[in-house]
Design a protein. Structure first.
Ligand code: FAD
Length: 310
């Protein structure tokens, strides 16, 4: 068995692996796609000490760092089930989609999350070419331009306020007949001079010139009218979905499906830790996921030191 078996090869999993392997313990990462969400990222400009890099380059560097410490990388494998240890300090089992199974004295779950998509024509075609999901990441790319935010919940309204300070103009489009964010945020958004709020707006397409986004089309659900908004960017803010479907019923999840962790990354199952976007830790960012992975690895190491087998 492994001392530390990590599920997920994004920034959280890679950092956990480096921290675990540097303790001289047997460490492996099982990942469907090494690099995780960073593989979908064009420019990364907010990872401290790295002025600028791109996603695939960053992912390759994560992998190289883990390999340098002899971490076993089990690529292209999907975990399907987690079986808690039968006895305290016993082995945790991970069952894979290919029928195989792996065991660990501790397990770190870092399966990340995915942005909920609006699923309209143009969204896939113009992803990273005007269609964005992360205002902290991509907001500065739209400095001085006009953008839309789709979604009027907390994340959409926060994105609208954040972007209004950076871009020329923000059109916020909410499907329902009212914004669903906290009142203090809604009041702040409404006070901004360069923000227009559209209620009852159903986005029907994200439009472009073949190279990049040039506008967005929505239907006014009240009148049935079709409207076209010229702009350079569309921020989709309709939710982040944690990759925990396979863990339901096994360990404690929040009502949003995130793995509930304590300050050391421990979950409700003994010997099982979690880190990064898949957890309740707020602010889903690379640097936060990486720090969180390091923390979970130290938590797992602490657990191993305290459990019976040396
Ligand atoms: P992830 O990166 O999501 O990695 C999850 C890993 O788990 C992957 O290896 C995946 O294949 C694997 N996995 C999932 N389910 C299973 C399973 N059942 N079995 C096996 N493996 C599984 N953040 C920034 O700080 N700066 C940015 O500029 C930035 N830009 C972004 C741009 C885009 C388009 C996106 C989508 C996100 C961006 N982010 C950015 C957010 C950042 O990418 C995430 O916060 C970060 O990647 C989270 O790391 P993670 O390791 O927790 O999860």
């Amino acid at each position: 068995p492994y001392d530390v078996l990590i599920v997920g090869g994004g920034p959280a999993g890679a950092a956990a692996a480096v921290y675990a392997a540097r303790k001289g313990i047997r460490t492996a990462i099982v990942a469907e796609r090494f690099g995780g969400q960073t593989m979908d990222t064009l420019a990364i400009e907010n990872y401290i000490s790295v002025l600028e890099t791109d996603g695939p380059k960053f992912a390759a560097a994560l992998e190289k760092h883990a390999q340098a410490y002899g971490v076993e990388l089990i690529h292209l494998q999907r975990a399907e089930r987690l079986v808690p240890a039968a006895t305290p300090g016993g082995l945790v089992e991970l069952q894979l989609a290919n029928g195989g199974s792996l065991k660990g004295r501790s397990v770190i779950l870092s399966t990340g999350a995915r942005w909920r998509e609006v699923d309209v024509p143009g969204e896939q075609q113009y992803r990273n070419k005007g269609v964005a999901y992360c205002p902290h990441c991509d907001g500065p790319l739209f400095k001085g331009k006009r953008v839309a935010v789709i979604g009027g919940g907390n994340s959409g309204v926060e994105a609208g306020i954040d972007l209004a300070g950076l871009v020329e103009h923000v059109t916020l489009i909410e499907f329902g007949d009212a914004l669903r964010a906290d009142k203090v945020l809604v009041d702040k958004l409404k006070s901004l001079p360069n923000v227009e709020i559209v209620l009852n707006g159903q986005t029907t397409s994200i439009d472009g010139d073949g190279q990049k986004v040039t506008g967005l089309t929505y239907k006014d659900r009240a009148s049935g009218a079709i409207r076209q908004v010229p702009l350079a960017g569309v921020f989709v803010q309709i939710g982040l979905v944690p990759n925990t479907e396979w863990l339901k019923g096994t360990l404690e999840l929040s009502r949003h499906g995130e793995i509930i962790v304590d300050a050391k990354g421990a979950t409700s199952v003994p010997g099982v830790f979690a880190a990064g976007d898949v957890t309740t830790v707020p602010y889903k960012q690379i640097i936060i996921a990486a720090g969180d992975g390091a923390k979970a690895a130290l938590g797992a190491f602490d657990h191993l030191m305290r459990s019976s087998v040396p």
